[in-house]
Design a protein. Structure first.
Length: 317
């Protein structure tokens, strides 16, 4: 099941049906919106013996079984986790060795996940690999932020993924639910921020939803705290992924609080409405806070800004 991205799926299905797909792709968009899922389903459809549909039930043909199980020798996946800061050039050299082997199919696909982690050297090595690729071989790069060198991007067709709409998220939620599920659905929908991958995690694990809920209560407390309390609060954020999550969530909270104060109804789920009203910070503070978060979020992602420096900047607003 794929939540959202109907236009992208329709476009890719047409490319698969006609055999006119681009030479290389860059799937670009926010984390956990489904970029990698769509890429894997697209690859499966390209090899499928029965159908070129992407959003469908699992197929039992031999090619689909091989692709899903990871034993299709002509599907090469470099799958780095989101907490990996760099993809070293050695990984690209390994790709080159695999591509030097004989191909079983007329088509060969290389998927590079979290491509924003490519270093300067590995980006150049990948560029050389793409320029030397043989007929029938193409690359799909999946990235959360657009930090790839222009020389690499110029060889790619960029497919931009957006967050799913609320209606799409509600439809997805209905499919994820079961009789044993007692999650607060409104809260889960709000905190997923249009990211189907995160919504799926919420429905599978209540502790993940509870953690994200605490981010909101912490935001309200933080805004009302003294400078010393604010600085002390950030002591528990040791990992880069934790900082990235915090900045993204708090940017959304600040923006939505400003919307609510402008008279827009239904911004927050019921669980958060009372907490939102406890926030005594002035509108001018929220606006400055939001601007600071957005600037720090971009600097943290693009320039590997020091974690401690980024968080301390928020404390002194």
């Amino acid at each position: 099941m794929i939540i959202g991205h109907k236009k992208i799926i329709s476009y890719l299905e047409r490319m698969a049906e006609e055999g006119t797909h681009a030479r290389n792709y860059l799937f670009l968009g926010p984390s956990q919106v489904g970029k990698k899922t769509v890429a894997l389903k697209f690859i499966q459809a390209l090899f499928c013996e029965k159908s070129k549909k992407i959003d469908r039930d699992e197929c039992d043909c031999m090619e689909c079984r091989a692709t899903v199980r990871g034993v299709n020798s002509d599907v090469i996946i470099l799958d780095t986790s989101s907490d990996v800061r760099e993809i070293p050039v050695e990984e690209i050299k390994n790709l080159k060795e695999k591509l030097s082997l004989s191909s079983f199919h007329a088509l060969r696909v290389v998927l590079v996940n979290n491509a924003e982690a490519l270093t300067h050297a590995s980006s150049n090595a990948l560029l050389n690999l793409m320029e030397d690729q043989t007929t029938g071989t193409f690359f799909i790069l999946v990235a959360g932020i657009d930090t790839l060198p222009r020389t690499v991007v110029s060889r790619l067709e960029v497919v931009r993924f957006a967050r799913a709409q609320m209606g799409e998220m509600k439809q997805g939620l209905a499919l994820l639910q079961d009789e044993k599920n007692t999650r607060d659905n409104d809260t889960a929908l709000y905190l997923s921020f249009g990211r189907p991958g995160l919504l799926t995690e919420f429905m599978k694990d209540a502790t993940i939803l509870a953690h994200h809920t605490r981010l909101f209560t912490d935001f309200v407390s933080f805004a009302n705290n003294s400078l010393t309390a604010k600085i002390n609060y950030f002591e528990k954020y040791k990992e880069e992924d934790q900082v990235r999550l915090l900045l993204a969530a708090w940017a959304r909270f600040a923006f939505d609080l400003m919307r609510e104060r402008q008279g827009i109804l239904g911004v927050f789920p019921k669980e958060f409405e009372a907490l939102a009203h406890r926030l005594s910070a002035a509108d001018s503070y929220l606006e400055k806070f939001l601007r600071a978060i957005l600037s720090l979020k971009e600097a943290h992602e693009r320039f590997n800004l020091n974690r401690r420096l980024a968080l301390d900047q928020l404390a002194i607003i």
